[in-house]
Design a protein around this ligand. Structure first.
Ligand code: CUA
Length: 196
């Protein structure tokens, strides 16, 4: 018969070693604390998301970043602001190191505006301060954000994802004009304010 191993848990513990039951009880408490923290953090995310009407990118639309310029929705001639049959505006932009194309988007006030963006190279960010517009622009995907602007004015549109050496200089502009002024502009002027 082999002797029981000398490190059997049954032998008396040396001084300073915490008994197994105490360790299990303490670990159990820590698990409960961690689980509570996770539940609280999830609740904070859900409550702030609902209360602040934050909407994460909801549409998983894929696109080939290498061929944006060759055809489809993001060809150069289709960029900028378009007015839909229902009167809402759709603004299509491309983010590319280190600018947005077009550099200035013109939209009417008090009108639903849908921004559709994609990247031609790396991950960029699209943010309009003091609005609900804030999204990442990931190559291979179309980002879509909906908003509307109550007042005419200019919004600076910085890229807020680090995208390379020129990131700090990557920004563009959204210019909001009065709803009744917008239709008076010519077709080309309405598309973009990049040259104004
Ligand atoms: Cu684009 Cu930072």
């Amino acid at each position: 018969m082999a002797e029981p191993p000398s490190n059997s848990p049954r032998r008396p513990l040396p001084d300073g070693i915490v008994p197994e039951e105490v360790v299990a009880r303490t670990e159990g408490r820590w698990v409960m604390i961690m689980a509570t923290m996770l539940v609280v953090m999830m609740a904070v995310i859900v409550v702030t998301g609902v209360a602040g009407a934050l909407h994460p990118a909801s549409n998983v639309e894929v696109i080939q970043p290498q061929t944006l310029h060759l055809g489809g929705e993001f060809v150069e001639s289709n960029l900028g602001t378009a007015i839909e049959p229902d009167g809402s505006a759709t603004v299509r932009l491309i983010a590319i190191q280190y600018d947005f194309v077009p550099h200035c988007a013109l939209v009417p006030a008090n009108t639903p505006v849908k921004f559709r963006l994609t990247s031609a190279d790396v991950v960029h960010g699209f943010l309009l301060p003091d609005t609900n517009v804030n999204t990442m622009v990931v190559p291979g995907f179309v980002a879509e954000v909906r908003t509307s602007f109550a007042e005419p004015g200019d919004y600076v549109m910085p890229c807020h994802e680090f995208c390379g050496d020129g990131h700090h200089g990557m920004w563009a502009r959204v210019s909001v004009v009065a709803k009744d002024e917008f239709p008076k502009l010519g077709t080309v002027e309405r598309t973009s304010c990049a040259k104004l």
